[in-house]
Write a protein that binds this ligand. Sequence first.
Ligand SMILES: Cc1cc2nc3c(=O)[nH]c(=O)nc-3n(C[C@H](O)[C@H](O)[C@H](O)COP(=O)(O)OP(=O)(O)OC[C@H]3O[C@@H](n4cnc5c(N)ncnc54)[C@H](O)[C@@H]3O)c2cc1C
Length: 266
Amino acid sequence: MKFVVCVKQTPSTTAVLKVNNGVVSWDDPGGKPNVVNPWDEYAVEEAIRMQEKYGGSTVALSIGDESSQEALKTCLAMGCQEAVLVSDPAFAGSDTLGTARVLAAALGRIDEAQVAFFGKQAIDGDTGQTPVQVAVKLGWTPLTFVSAITAFDPAGGSITVERLVDGGKETVTAKLPVVISVVKEINEPRYPSFMGIRKASRATIPTWTAGDVPVAGPAGQAASNVDWSNVYPLPPRDSEVEMMEGDSIEAQVATLVDRLFEEKVI
Ligand SMILES: Cc1cc2nc3c(=O)[nH]c(=O)nc-3n(C[C@H](O)[C@H](O)[C@H](O)COP(=O)(O)OP(=O)(O)OC[C@H]3O[C@@H](n4cnc5c(N)ncnc54)[C@H](O)[C@@H]3O)c2cc1C
């Protein structure tokens, strides 16, 4: 049995984003502009825990340019046993449907894959659509917003999970194979170990190109039904700073309260 975890490399949460003529670029003053999508760390952790409990192996899978090797190395350092990068200019600019087609085709190439883990959303694209679209393309059952895996029976071919829904949780049992998107309540992701980082830094990650992945249907910029051509920053908000004057803190607070009443804030 293979537990596959799909990870996207995204800008770091502290990266400073710029938009010029609809083109988004970013840099990070901390020096690490790209990271594993933070939601995907929970998916990686859960895949590793499943492998530790039930055996089999874990495979981290990403579509992206060559720089996404870094995200995959983080997954290896955390404890994934294999990693695969799917990278081809033909896939660049795919919308979520194109991305899902490519991921589904890559998953189809991984023998014995029965459970595919995803984060609940990517912090850059933010649609949350990819996991369900992959499930549809593969004909696997999608289990979204999963906050716990409570039973797993590989021999019987079933899995039971808790889903976090508005105001509560629900328990769902499904037949394998399944696509699972996880929420942060599911676990606490581990830090990569020192040994893991050293091992990952020496790893050679295979790259699958369009010739290796038989995608059913179109992918790439030209096939995208979604046009992201109008990405723009919000205009700066008009604001002014007013210092509250007074001889004491009490007097300054009294002035502040008067001003808040005047402005109908309270
Ligand atoms: C700057 C920018 C420009 C874009 N421009 C365009 C455009 O011009 N046209 C267009 O149609 N779309 C565009 N996109 C959208 C792009 O197609 C999506 O980012 C991508 O398809 C995945 O959707 P998402 O980011 O909403 O992921 P979500 O659906 O929110 O991701 C959910 C989960 O799916 C998995 N996942 C998502 N992406 C990958 C991946 N690449 N590899 C492995 N796992 C993955 C992860 O587990 C993730 O947690 C753009 C996105 C960005 C950030």
